[in-house]
Design a protein around this ligand. Structure first.
Ligand SMILES: Cc1ncc(COP(=O)(O)O)c(C=O)c1O
Length: 397
Protein backbone atom coordinates (compact mmCIF):
# COMPACT_ATOMS: atom_id res chain seq x y z
CA UNK A 1 0.00 0.00 0.00
CA UNK A 2 1.41 3.42 -0.92
CA UNK A 3 2.21 5.82 1.96
CA UNK A 4 0.07 8.92 2.31
CA UNK A 5 2.10 11.99 1.25
CA UNK A 6 3.19 14.30 4.09
CA UNK A 7 0.86 17.25 4.56
CA UNK A 8 1.90 20.82 3.78
CA UNK A 9 2.41 23.24 6.73
CA UNK A 10 -0.90 25.04 6.19
CA UNK A 11 -2.70 21.68 6.53
CA UNK A 12 -0.60 20.53 9.47
CA UNK A 13 -1.29 23.59 11.64
CA UNK A 14 -5.02 22.98 11.28
CA UNK A 15 -5.18 19.20 11.50
CA UNK A 16 -2.14 18.00 13.47
CA UNK A 17 -4.03 17.87 16.76
CA UNK A 18 -7.56 17.38 15.49
CA UNK A 19 -9.35 14.95 17.77
CA UNK A 20 -13.06 14.92 18.22
CA UNK A 21 -14.52 15.43 21.63
CA UNK A 22 -17.08 12.63 21.72
CA UNK A 23 -19.59 14.19 24.14
CA UNK A 24 -20.56 17.11 21.90
CA UNK A 25 -18.59 16.71 18.63
CA UNK A 26 -17.18 20.22 19.19
CA UNK A 27 -14.95 21.07 16.23
CA UNK A 28 -12.45 22.91 18.43
CA UNK A 29 -10.20 21.02 20.78
CA UNK A 30 -11.63 21.62 24.30
CA UNK A 31 -9.93 23.57 27.09
CA UNK A 32 -9.03 21.07 29.78
CA UNK A 33 -9.08 23.59 32.63
CA UNK A 34 -8.22 21.21 35.42
CA UNK A 35 -5.53 20.87 38.05
CA UNK A 36 -5.80 17.13 38.45
CA UNK A 37 -7.23 13.95 36.88
CA UNK A 38 -9.30 11.13 38.35
CA UNK A 39 -7.56 7.80 38.92
CA UNK A 40 -9.78 5.06 37.50
CA UNK A 41 -8.39 2.80 40.15
CA UNK A 42 -5.44 3.51 42.42
CA UNK A 43 -2.45 4.35 40.23
CA UNK A 44 -4.39 3.97 36.95
CA UNK A 45 -4.87 7.15 34.87
CA UNK A 46 -5.43 7.98 31.21
CA UNK A 47 -1.85 9.31 31.03
CA UNK A 48 -2.49 12.60 32.82
CA UNK A 49 -1.87 12.88 36.58
CA UNK A 50 -1.46 16.58 37.44
CA UNK A 51 -1.49 19.66 35.18
CA UNK A 52 1.97 20.85 36.28
CA UNK A 53 3.34 17.81 34.42
CA UNK A 54 1.05 17.61 31.39
CA UNK A 55 -2.35 18.78 30.20
CA UNK A 56 -4.32 17.62 27.12
CA UNK A 57 -4.88 21.16 25.75
CA UNK A 58 -1.22 22.05 26.18
CA UNK A 59 -0.40 18.72 24.57
CA UNK A 60 -2.60 19.57 21.56
CA UNK A 61 -0.60 22.79 21.03
CA UNK A 62 2.61 20.80 21.44
CA UNK A 63 1.50 18.52 18.61
CA UNK A 64 0.97 21.53 16.33
CA UNK A 65 4.39 22.95 17.17
CA UNK A 66 6.07 19.56 16.73
CA UNK A 67 4.36 19.30 13.34
CA UNK A 68 5.95 22.54 12.08
CA UNK A 69 9.31 21.84 13.77
CA UNK A 70 9.32 18.38 12.17
CA UNK A 71 10.13 16.88 15.58
CA UNK A 72 8.47 13.96 17.34
CA UNK A 73 7.44 16.17 20.25
CA UNK A 74 7.57 19.73 21.58
CA UNK A 75 7.12 21.32 25.00
CA UNK A 76 5.14 24.47 25.77
CA UNK A 77 5.91 26.95 28.53
CA UNK A 78 4.34 29.93 30.33
CA UNK A 79 6.64 32.31 28.41
CA UNK A 80 9.59 32.34 26.05
CA UNK A 81 11.78 33.17 29.04
CA UNK A 82 10.34 30.18 30.95
CA UNK A 83 11.37 28.00 27.99
CA UNK A 84 14.93 29.38 27.95
CA UNK A 85 15.22 29.15 31.76
CA UNK A 86 14.00 25.56 31.78
CA UNK A 87 16.38 24.67 28.94
CA UNK A 88 19.32 26.12 30.91
CA UNK A 89 18.37 24.55 34.23
CA UNK A 90 17.79 21.19 32.54
CA UNK A 91 21.02 21.03 30.56
CA UNK A 92 23.62 23.13 32.42
CA UNK A 93 25.36 22.71 35.75
CA UNK A 94 27.73 24.79 37.89
CA UNK A 95 31.08 25.21 36.14
CA UNK A 96 29.62 25.04 32.60
CA UNK A 97 30.17 27.72 29.98
CA UNK A 98 27.80 28.99 27.26
CA UNK A 99 28.47 31.02 24.11
CA UNK A 100 25.71 33.57 23.48
CA UNK A 101 25.10 35.63 20.34
CA UNK A 102 26.25 39.12 21.25
CA UNK A 103 23.14 40.65 19.68
CA UNK A 104 20.35 38.87 21.50
CA UNK A 105 17.02 39.54 23.23
CA UNK A 106 17.61 41.60 26.41
CA UNK A 107 15.77 39.10 28.63
CA UNK A 108 18.20 36.33 27.64
CA UNK A 109 21.11 38.61 28.55
CA UNK A 110 19.51 39.34 31.94
CA UNK A 111 18.96 35.61 32.61
CA UNK A 112 22.66 34.83 32.11
CA UNK A 113 24.06 38.03 33.62
CA UNK A 114 21.86 38.38 36.66
CA UNK A 115 20.63 34.86 37.47
CA UNK A 116 22.74 32.03 36.02
CA UNK A 117 26.03 33.58 37.13
CA UNK A 118 24.79 33.06 40.72
CA UNK A 119 24.80 29.36 39.94
CA UNK A 120 28.35 29.50 38.56
CA UNK A 121 27.33 29.21 34.91
CA UNK A 122 29.77 31.27 32.83
CA UNK A 123 29.02 32.81 29.45
CA UNK A 124 30.74 34.76 26.69
CA UNK A 125 29.05 37.07 24.21
CA UNK A 126 30.40 36.36 20.73
CA UNK A 127 29.36 37.56 17.31
CA UNK A 128 27.98 34.18 16.22
CA UNK A 129 28.05 35.39 12.60
CA UNK A 130 31.85 35.20 12.93
CA UNK A 131 32.46 31.44 12.83
CA UNK A 132 36.19 31.71 13.55
CA UNK A 133 35.39 33.74 16.68
CA UNK A 134 32.91 31.06 17.79
CA UNK A 135 35.51 28.32 17.26
CA UNK A 136 38.07 30.34 19.26
CA UNK A 137 35.48 30.93 21.99
CA UNK A 138 34.88 27.23 22.73
CA UNK A 139 36.35 26.32 26.12
CA UNK A 140 36.86 22.85 27.65
CA UNK A 141 33.71 23.46 29.78
CA UNK A 142 31.54 24.89 26.96
CA UNK A 143 28.24 22.99 26.89
CA UNK A 144 26.06 25.12 24.67
CA UNK A 145 26.03 27.70 21.90
CA UNK A 146 22.83 29.73 22.25
CA UNK A 147 22.30 31.68 19.04
CA UNK A 148 19.54 34.05 18.05
CA UNK A 149 19.08 34.46 14.30
CA UNK A 150 17.83 36.85 13.03
CA UNK A 151 18.93 38.67 16.17
CA UNK A 152 16.80 41.15 18.04
CA UNK A 153 16.90 44.04 17.05
CA UNK A 154 19.59 44.41 14.31
CA UNK A 155 18.56 41.29 12.33
CA UNK A 156 22.19 40.08 12.41
CA UNK A 157 22.21 36.52 11.02
CA UNK A 158 24.25 33.50 12.13
CA UNK A 159 24.85 30.47 9.90
CA UNK A 160 22.98 27.68 11.74
CA UNK A 161 24.44 24.77 9.73
CA UNK A 162 28.01 26.01 10.29
CA UNK A 163 27.38 26.65 14.00
CA UNK A 164 26.03 23.09 14.29
CA UNK A 165 29.24 21.75 12.70
CA UNK A 166 31.36 23.68 15.20
CA UNK A 167 29.24 22.55 18.17
CA UNK A 168 29.26 18.91 17.10
CA UNK A 169 32.99 18.83 16.42
CA UNK A 170 33.38 19.22 20.18
CA UNK A 171 32.31 16.75 22.79
CA UNK A 172 29.10 17.62 24.67
CA UNK A 173 28.45 20.97 22.99
CA UNK A 174 24.83 21.57 21.96
CA UNK A 175 23.48 24.21 19.61
CA UNK A 176 20.24 25.90 20.70
CA UNK A 177 18.64 28.50 18.44
CA UNK A 178 16.08 31.16 19.35
CA UNK A 179 13.96 31.13 16.19
CA UNK A 180 11.30 33.56 17.44
CA UNK A 181 11.71 36.07 14.57
CA UNK A 182 11.02 33.50 11.80
CA UNK A 183 9.39 30.36 13.26
CA UNK A 184 10.17 26.90 11.80
CA UNK A 185 8.01 27.69 8.78
CA UNK A 186 10.55 30.24 7.49
CA UNK A 187 13.71 28.70 8.98
CA UNK A 188 13.85 25.13 10.22
CA UNK A 189 16.68 25.15 12.77
CA UNK A 190 16.44 21.44 13.56
CA UNK A 191 16.77 20.47 9.88
CA UNK A 192 19.72 22.86 9.62
CA UNK A 193 21.45 20.91 12.40
CA UNK A 194 20.54 22.67 15.65
CA UNK A 195 19.92 20.41 18.65
CA UNK A 196 17.19 22.56 20.17
CA UNK A 197 14.77 25.04 18.62
CA UNK A 198 13.30 27.66 20.95
CA UNK A 199 10.34 29.96 20.22
CA UNK A 200 8.61 32.72 22.11
CA UNK A 201 5.10 31.66 21.03
CA UNK A 202 3.94 35.04 22.34
CA UNK A 203 5.01 36.38 18.95
CA UNK A 204 4.15 34.93 15.51
CA UNK A 205 2.81 31.55 16.76
CA UNK A 206 -0.03 33.18 18.72
CA UNK A 207 0.03 36.23 16.47
CA UNK A 208 -2.78 38.14 18.19
CA UNK A 209 -1.13 39.56 21.34
CA UNK A 210 -3.45 37.34 23.37
CA UNK A 211 -0.96 35.16 25.27
CA UNK A 212 2.56 34.87 26.64
CA UNK A 213 4.19 31.52 25.89
CA UNK A 214 7.25 29.66 24.71
CA UNK A 215 8.29 26.31 23.27
CA UNK A 216 11.25 23.96 22.93
CA UNK A 217 11.70 21.19 20.37
CA UNK A 218 14.46 18.71 19.59
CA UNK A 219 14.95 15.53 17.57
CA UNK A 220 16.71 14.08 20.61
CA UNK A 221 14.06 12.39 22.74
CA UNK A 222 16.46 12.01 25.72
CA UNK A 223 16.93 15.81 25.75
CA UNK A 224 13.17 16.31 25.47
CA UNK A 225 12.58 13.92 28.38
CA UNK A 226 15.07 15.80 30.57
CA UNK A 227 13.46 19.18 29.72
CA UNK A 228 9.96 17.75 30.32
CA UNK A 229 11.10 16.49 33.73
CA UNK A 230 12.63 19.85 34.73
CA UNK A 231 9.54 21.72 33.46
CA UNK A 232 7.43 19.60 35.81
CA UNK A 233 9.73 20.38 38.75
CA UNK A 234 9.85 24.12 38.01
CA UNK A 235 6.16 24.39 37.11
CA UNK A 236 6.90 26.33 33.94
CA UNK A 237 4.26 24.58 31.79
CA UNK A 238 1.83 26.78 29.84
CA UNK A 239 -1.70 27.30 31.24
CA UNK A 240 -4.50 25.44 29.36
CA UNK A 241 -6.41 28.57 28.32
CA UNK A 242 -3.26 30.21 26.92
CA UNK A 243 -2.47 27.00 25.05
CA UNK A 244 -6.02 26.93 23.63
CA UNK A 245 -5.77 30.53 22.41
CA UNK A 246 -2.40 29.75 20.84
CA UNK A 247 -3.90 26.71 19.06
CA UNK A 248 -6.35 29.11 17.36
CA UNK A 249 -3.47 31.44 16.44
CA UNK A 250 -1.16 28.80 14.96
CA UNK A 251 -3.88 27.66 12.51
CA UNK A 252 -3.38 30.85 10.49
CA UNK A 253 0.41 31.06 10.91
CA UNK A 254 1.32 30.18 7.27
CA UNK A 255 -1.21 32.69 5.90
CA UNK A 256 -0.13 35.41 8.32
CA UNK A 257 3.59 34.86 7.70
CA UNK A 258 3.12 35.25 3.94
CA UNK A 259 1.44 38.62 4.55
CA UNK A 260 3.95 39.75 7.21
CA UNK A 261 6.83 39.06 4.81
CA UNK A 262 5.17 40.76 1.81
CA UNK A 263 4.24 43.86 3.84
CA UNK A 264 7.65 44.12 5.53
CA UNK A 265 9.37 43.94 2.12
CA UNK A 266 7.24 46.81 0.78
CA UNK A 267 7.70 48.98 3.88
CA UNK A 268 11.48 48.30 3.98
CA UNK A 269 11.90 49.33 0.33
CA UNK A 270 9.82 52.48 0.83
CA UNK A 271 11.75 53.47 3.96
CA UNK A 272 15.10 52.84 2.26
CA UNK A 273 14.17 55.29 -0.53
CA UNK A 274 13.13 58.01 1.91
CA UNK A 275 15.64 60.89 2.28
CA UNK A 276 14.98 61.14 6.02
CA UNK A 277 15.97 57.47 6.53
CA UNK A 278 19.67 56.83 7.15
CA UNK A 279 19.68 53.03 7.33
CA UNK A 280 17.27 50.08 7.06
CA UNK A 281 18.11 46.63 8.40
CA UNK A 282 16.00 44.07 6.51
CA UNK A 283 17.44 40.81 5.14
CA UNK A 284 15.38 41.13 1.95
CA UNK A 285 17.08 44.36 0.85
CA UNK A 286 20.02 44.25 -1.58
CA UNK A 287 21.84 46.55 0.86
CA UNK A 288 21.63 43.98 3.68
CA UNK A 289 25.17 42.58 4.05
CA UNK A 290 24.03 39.06 4.92
CA UNK A 291 21.31 38.72 2.28
CA UNK A 292 22.95 35.61 0.77
CA UNK A 293 22.94 33.85 4.15
CA UNK A 294 19.26 34.74 4.55
CA UNK A 295 18.58 33.15 1.14
CA UNK A 296 20.56 30.07 2.12
CA UNK A 297 18.85 29.24 5.41
CA UNK A 298 15.51 31.07 5.32
CA UNK A 299 12.59 30.49 2.97
CA UNK A 300 11.53 34.16 3.26
CA UNK A 301 12.87 37.37 4.80
CA UNK A 302 10.42 37.74 7.69
CA UNK A 303 8.25 40.51 9.06
CA UNK A 304 10.78 42.35 11.23
CA UNK A 305 12.94 45.34 10.30
CA UNK A 306 14.83 48.10 12.05
CA UNK A 307 15.79 51.54 10.82
CA UNK A 308 17.48 54.79 11.76
CA UNK A 309 16.38 58.25 10.70
CA UNK A 310 18.66 61.05 9.53
CA UNK A 311 17.68 62.83 12.72
CA UNK A 312 18.51 63.21 16.39
CA UNK A 313 17.36 60.66 18.95
CA UNK A 314 14.85 63.16 20.29
CA UNK A 315 13.37 63.72 16.80
CA UNK A 316 13.31 59.95 16.19
CA UNK A 317 11.32 59.37 19.38
CA UNK A 318 8.89 62.19 18.47
CA UNK A 319 8.53 60.57 15.03
CA UNK A 320 7.54 57.29 16.69
CA UNK A 321 4.97 59.10 18.81
CA UNK A 322 3.49 60.82 15.74
CA UNK A 323 2.60 57.47 14.15
CA UNK A 324 -1.05 56.52 14.48
CA UNK A 325 -1.41 53.04 12.95
CA UNK A 326 1.98 51.75 14.10
CA UNK A 327 1.46 51.17 17.79
CA UNK A 328 4.26 51.94 20.19
CA UNK A 329 4.42 48.76 22.29
CA UNK A 330 6.83 46.00 23.23
CA UNK A 331 6.57 42.57 21.57
CA UNK A 332 6.37 41.61 17.90
CA UNK A 333 4.85 39.19 15.43
CA UNK A 334 1.22 40.20 15.88
CA UNK A 335 -1.44 41.28 13.41
CA UNK A 336 -0.97 44.85 14.69
CA UNK A 337 2.14 46.72 13.52
CA UNK A 338 4.25 47.40 16.62
CA UNK A 339 7.10 49.86 16.92
CA UNK A 340 9.73 50.09 19.67
CA UNK A 341 12.94 51.87 20.53
CA UNK A 342 15.19 48.98 21.71
CA UNK A 343 17.63 51.30 23.56
CA UNK A 344 14.86 52.35 25.96
CA UNK A 345 12.92 49.05 25.94
CA UNK A 346 14.24 45.50 25.38
CA UNK A 347 17.94 46.48 25.45
CA UNK A 348 17.84 49.25 28.08
CA UNK A 349 20.07 47.27 30.49
CA UNK A 350 23.04 47.16 28.08
CA UNK A 351 25.65 49.87 28.60
CA UNK A 352 25.41 52.59 25.92
CA UNK A 353 28.96 51.94 24.57
CA UNK A 354 28.12 48.26 24.05
CA UNK A 355 24.78 49.08 22.42
CA UNK A 356 26.52 51.49 20.04
CA UNK A 357 29.14 48.89 19.12
CA UNK A 358 26.40 46.34 18.37
CA UNK A 359 24.44 48.77 16.19
CA UNK A 360 21.69 49.32 18.75
CA UNK A 361 21.94 53.11 18.69
CA UNK A 362 19.70 55.33 20.83
CA UNK A 363 17.75 56.31 17.71
CA UNK A 364 17.30 52.79 16.30
CA UNK A 365 13.62 52.02 15.68
CA UNK A 366 12.37 48.43 15.46
CA UNK A 367 9.27 47.68 13.46
CA UNK A 368 7.19 44.51 13.56
CA UNK A 369 5.18 44.85 10.38
CA UNK A 370 1.60 43.68 10.85
CA UNK A 371 -1.22 42.75 8.55
CA UNK A 372 -2.63 46.23 7.92
CA UNK A 373 -2.57 47.26 4.24
CA UNK A 374 1.01 48.36 3.45
CA UNK A 375 -0.24 51.54 1.73
CA UNK A 376 -1.96 52.54 4.99
CA UNK A 377 1.24 51.92 6.95
CA UNK A 378 3.22 53.97 4.41
CA UNK A 379 0.64 56.78 4.66
CA UNK A 380 1.10 56.66 8.45
CA UNK A 381 4.88 57.10 7.99
CA UNK A 382 4.34 59.94 5.50
CA UNK A 383 2.10 61.70 8.00
CA UNK A 384 4.67 61.29 10.81
CA UNK A 385 7.51 62.59 8.57
CA UNK A 386 5.34 65.62 7.73
CA UNK A 387 4.45 66.23 11.37
CA UNK A 388 8.03 66.13 12.65
CA UNK A 389 10.08 67.38 9.71
CA UNK A 390 7.66 69.47 7.63
CA UNK A 391 5.73 68.99 4.45
CA UNK A 392 8.50 68.37 1.91
CA UNK A 393 9.66 65.31 3.88
CA UNK A 394 6.28 63.60 3.83
CA UNK A 395 6.79 61.81 0.55
CA UNK A 396 9.59 59.45 -0.47
CA UNK A 397 11.72 60.73 -3.37
C1 LIG B 1 13.86 36.91 20.28
C2 LIG B 1 13.13 36.74 21.58
N1 LIG B 1 13.37 35.66 22.33
C3 LIG B 1 12.74 35.46 23.52
C4 LIG B 1 11.83 36.38 24.00
C5 LIG B 1 11.16 36.13 25.33
O1 LIG B 1 9.83 35.69 25.13
P1 LIG B 1 8.64 35.97 26.16
O2 LIG B 1 8.40 37.43 26.19
O3 LIG B 1 7.52 35.16 25.61
O4 LIG B 1 9.10 35.48 27.50
C6 LIG B 1 11.54 37.52 23.26
C7 LIG B 1 10.58 38.52 23.76
O5 LIG B 1 10.46 39.62 23.24
C8 LIG B 1 12.21 37.72 22.01
O6 LIG B 1 11.98 38.81 21.26
Amino acid sequence: MSERPAFQPSTLVIHSNRVYESQSNSILFPIHQTATYIHESVGVTKGYGYSRGANPTVNALEQSIAAIEGSISALCFRSGMAAISTLCLALLKAGDHVILSEVIYGGTTRLFEQVLTHFDVAYTFIDTADLAAVERGIQPNTRMIFAETPANPTLRLSDIAELAKIAHAHENVLLAVDNTFLTPLLQNCLNLGADISMLSTTKYIDGHNATIGGSLASHDEALMERMRFVRKILGTIQAPFDAWLTIQGIKTLPARLAMHCAHAGQVAEWLERHPRVAKVYYPGLDSFPQRELAKKQQSAFGGMLSFELNATTEESLRFMKALKLCTCAESLGSVETLITNPATASHCDLPKELRDRLGISDRLIRLSVGLEAPQDLIADFEHAFETIFGLEDGEAK
